[in-house]
Ligand binder design. Structure first.
Ligand SMILES: *Cc1c(COP(=O)(O)O)cnc(C)c1O
Length: 339
C-alpha cells in the first residue's frame, strides 16, 4: 500500500441503493453523486446506484455532469445547483436536466423549477406558471436532519404551491434525512446522497436503516516508539507522557483529510481501538498504544467499527464533510474500488 488506502465497496453502494429504493417505493430513488460522489468516486458510485435501482443521477454543477454523461450515456442526469447562461448550451449537448432557481428559465433544455420554501439559498420565492421546458418541481429542506417541524412547514409550503401540478411534473423534495425520517415527503422522487454511502445523515447509526458504509480507510504503523515520562510527541508538545507510553506513528495527516480537529478520536490498530493523541500534522499523526506493537501493524482509520459519524462527532462536523475531505493524492494515498 501507499501511505494509506481508501477502499470503496461498490457492493455496499448497490445494496444501499436497493434498500433505499425498496423503502421509498413507489417514489423513485435519485442518487446524488456531487463532489465526486462525496469523495467516493462519482462515476463508480453512479453506476452502482443505477444497478441497485436508482433511476436518475444528481450532481451540483454542469462541470460535474459532463464527464458523467460520458460514463453513463443513457441515464437521466440532473444538475441541482445554479447554472450560468453559457452552460445551458453545454447542458443541452450533454442531455442534462437543470434545476432553475431564477426567473430566466431556459426553453430548450429540461428544467426543474426550484422553489425556495425556507432554505434561503437558491430558489424561486414564488412558483411561476411552468413553461414548456419544465419537467419537475422541487424544493430543498434546511432542517430535515435537525428540526422536523420547520421541515414540515417547508413541505406544506411546497405542497400548496405545487398541488395544481401534481401528476404533471415530477415533484421532489426529500434528501436522505427526509427520505428516511419523514416518509410523507417522498412524493415522486427522493434525492439521496449521504445515505447511499452508508452514512447516517443525522450522525447516528446508519445500520439501523439497513445501510452499510461503503468507504474504508486504512494505513499502517510507520513507527513505534517508547516515550519515557515527560517526553512528548508532535508539534506543540500537546501530548506529554505521564508514564512510560508506547506511541505509534500513522503516516496520514491533514493533507490527506485526516483533520487537525480529529485529535481524541479513535482508530483501530491490530483490532484494538486506540486514541489519536497530540497534534495531527500534515503527513502523520500519533496513537497511544496499549503496549509495544509491530511496525507495519494494520491501522483502520475508517472501518472495523470506526465510522465517519463517530469521527465527525469528535471534530464537531458532519460525516459529509469528512468524506468529501479525504484526499487521494498521488504518492500519498490510493483509492481502490471493489465489489
Ligand atoms: C446534496 C443535495 C441532496 C442530497 O443530500 P443528502 O443529505 O446527502 O441526502 C439533495 N438535494 C439537493 C438539492 C442537494 O444539494
Amino acid at each position: 500500500m501507499t501511505r494509506s488506502l481508501v477502499t470503496i465497496d461498490l457492493g455496499a453502494i448497490r445494496e444501499n441503493a436497493r434498500t433505499l429504493a425498496a423503502m421509498q417505493r413507489p417514489s423513485e430513488l435519485w442518487a446524488v453523486v456531487k463532489a465526486d460522489g462525496y469523495g467516493h468516486g462519482a462515476a463508480d458510485v453512479a453506476r452502482a446506484a443505477l444497478e441497485g435501482g436508482a433511476t436518475a443521477i444528481c450532481v451540483a454543477t454542469v462541470g460535474e455532469a459532463v464527464p458523467l454523461r460520458e460514463a453513463l450515456p443513457t441515464s437521466r442526469i440532473v444538475v441541482l445547483g445554479p447554472t450560468t447562461a453559457g452552460e445551458v448550451a453545454v447542458a443541452r449537448r450533454a442531455r442534462l436536466e437543470l434545476a432553475v432557481a431564477d426567473e430566466s428559465v431556459p426553453e430548450d433544455v429540461p428544467v426543474h423549477l426550484k422553489l425556495d420554501t425556507g432554505m434561503g439559498r437558491w430558489g424561486l420565492a414564488e412558483l411561476p406558471a411552468p413553461g414548456r421546458s419544465v419537467v419537475g418541481l422541487m424544493t430543498h429542506f434546511a432542517t430535515a436532519d435537525s428540526d422536523r417541524s420547520f421541515a414540515s412547514e417547508q413541505f406544506e409550503r411546497f405542497l400548496r404551491a405545487t398541488e395544481p401540478y401534481a401528476g404533471r411534473y415530477v415533484r421532489h423534495a426529500a434528501n436522505s434525512a427526509a427520505a428516511l425520517t419523514m416518509p410523507e415527503t417522498r412524493l415522486d422522487a427522493v434525492r439521496c446522497g449521504i445515505a447511499l454511502y452508508g452514512v447516517d445523515p443525522r450522525g447516528q447509526d446508519a445500520t439501523r436503516w439497513g445501510l452499510r458504509p461503503a468507504l474504508r480507510w486504512e494505513s499502517e504503523l510507520a513507527q513505534v516508539r517508547r516515550l519515557a515520562p515527560g517526553q512528548s510527541t508532535g508539534y506543540g508538545r500537546q501530548f506529554v507522557a505521564t508514564a512510560e507510553s508506547w506511541i505509534g506513528i500513522v503516516p496520514v495527516g491533514y493533507a490527506d483529510g485526516f483533520r487537525r480537529d480529529l485529535t481524541g478520536t479513535d482508530v483501530v490498530v491490530a483490532d484494538v481501538r486506540v486514541p489519536v493523541v497530540g497534534t495531527i500534522s500534515m503527513d502523520a499523526f500519533a496513537v497511544l498504544l496499549p503496549g509495544p506493537a509491530e511496525r507495519g501493524a494494520p491501522v483502520t482509520l475508517v472501518g472495523d467499527g470506526m465510522t465517519l459519524e463517530a469521527h465527525a462527532a469528535v471534530a464537531g462536523t458532519i460525516g459529509y464533510e469528512l468524506a468529501c475531505g479525504i484526499r487521494v493524492a498521488p504518492g500519498r494515498a490510493t483509492r481502490e474500488v471493489v465489489g
